[in-house]
Design a protein around this ligand. Sequence first.
Ligand SMILES: Cc1cc2nc3c(=O)[nH]c(=O)nc-3n(C[C@H](O)[C@H](O)[C@H](O)COP(=O)(O)OP(=O)(O)OC[C@H]3O[C@@H](n4cnc5c(N)ncnc54)[C@H](O)[C@@H]3O)c2cc1C
Length: 427
Amino acid sequence: MKRALVWFRNDLRLSDNPALAAAVRHAEEVLPLFVLDPRQTGACSFGLERLGPWRQVFLREGLADLDARLRGMGSGLRVVVGHPDRVLPELAHTWEASAVYAQGLNAWEERQQEEAVARHLPLDLHPSHTLLHPDDLPFPIHKLPRVFTAFRHKVEARWQVRETLTAPEALATPDDWAPGPLQLTELLPGEASTDPRQVMSFRGGRAAGLERLRHYFQGHDAPLRYKETRNALLGADLSSKFSPWLAQGSLSAREVYEALKGFEERLGANEGTYWLVFELLWRDFFQFTFAKHGPALFLRKGLTDALPSSDQDQGRFQTWCEGRTGEPFIDANMRELAATGWMSNRGRQNAASFLIHDLGLDWRMGACWFERLLIDHDPCSNWGNWAYIAGVGNDPRGGRRFDPQDQAARYDPDGTYVRHWSSGEDR
Ligand SMILES: Cc1cc2nc3c(=O)[nH]c(=O)nc-3n(C[C@H](O)[C@H](O)[C@H](O)COP(=O)(O)OP(=O)(O)OC[C@H]3O[C@@H](n4cnc5c(N)ncnc54)[C@H](O)[C@@H]3O)c2cc1C
C-alpha cells in the first residue's frame, strides 16, 4: 500500500491543485494536512504578532471549507502545529507514508521549510501560486529582469498560461486519519467582528472565493471599467478584491484568468480586462523576484547598497498604526486597516510612503504591521511592494513618495472616504 502526505500550504483548494493531483496519481491513499508553523504565527522581529486576528479568522474559514470538501470525498484535513521538518517526518513514520506532495512556494521562509523537509523525506513540489508556471518563463529564474516592464514584455512575447486542473474524483484516506471535526478555534483563536463601514464582507475559503469570482465576472461589466476604477478607495466592485483568496489559494491565479477569458468571450476584451492580467503579472513578478533573491527583500537595504532609515521610534510608529498621524487621508486608511484587515491599493501606497518618507521610519516595521493585519497578506506581494516604495526593491526610479494631500485631492476630492473612516466606533 503506497501512502502519501499531501501538505496543503497556500493552495487551500482541490481544483487546480497539481500537488494533490500528483499525490492521487502516485499513491493509493493520501493523507491531507496543513501545518501551522509557530515561527509564522508568533512574533516578528519587531515584536508584532505575525498572524493577527483578521488573518486568523480568514485562515480558519479557509481551512474549514477545505476540510468540508475533503470530507465530502471521504477524506478529511488534519491540522498540526509545529515545524514542518519535524511534524511531517513524524507523521510519515507513524502512518507509513513514503512521500510528501506539496505546493512549491517562492518566499524565503517557505523555501527554507521545503529544504528542511526534503532533508528527511522525498518531497515532490508543484509550483501553483502564480499565473505563469516558472518552467514556462522565457528565461531561467536567475535571469529574471530587475524591472517589471522588462519582465512583462518578455513574458507577453511568449505567453503561456497552463490550463486549470479539475479536482480529483475520489480520495482514499484511512478512516482514522481525520476522525472528528477540526478544532480550529483552539488553534486559531483570533476574533474579529465585522465593521459596517467595511468595503465588503470577506469570508475565507473556496465557496466565498468562487462566489466572488462569479459575482465579479458574471454580475455586471465592472471588469471593462477596471482600469479607470481600480484606484478607488470605496466600492466593492471597483477592483476585483480577489487578493485574499489568491493569497490563501482558495482561488488560483489561473482560475481567475480562465474566468476573465470567459468574460472576454461574452462581453469583449478591452483595456480594463487587459489591466487585470497586468496586475496579476505584478503579482507573479514579485513572486519570481523572491524566488531569485532569497532573503534579500526582508533586509533593510533590500536589493540595493542603500542605507534607508533605521529609525524605529515607537511613538511615531504607534501614531501611524492607530491612524493618529494628523494627516487625515493616511489616518482614514490606517483606521480601515485596523478595523477590517483590508486597505485599497491606493491606500497601501500612501500609507507605506508616509511611514517611510514622511515619518522617516524603518520600512520593515510598516511591512510587519501590514503582515499582521492584511487578510490578503502574501510575503512576496507585501514585502516586495514595501521595498519598492522604500526604493530598495524593483523600482527603477529609486522609491516613491506620494504627497498625501495631493493624493487626497485626487482620489478623495470631496472627502467622502476620510469622513467614512472618521465616524463610528473603532475597535
Ligand atoms: C505596501 C503594499 C503592500 C501590499 N501587500 C499586499 C499583500 O500582502 N498581498 C497582496 O495580495 N497584495 C498586496 N499589495 C498589492 C495590492 O495592494 C493588492 O493586491 C490589491 O490592493 C488587492 O486588491 P484587489 O484584489 O481588488 O486588486 P485588483 O486591483 O483587482 O488586482 C487584481 C489582482 O492583482 C494582484 N495585484 C494587484 N496589484 C498588485 C501589486 N501592486 N502587487 C502584487 N499584486 C498585485 C492581486 O492579486 C489582485 O487581487 C500591496 C501593495 C502595497 C502598496
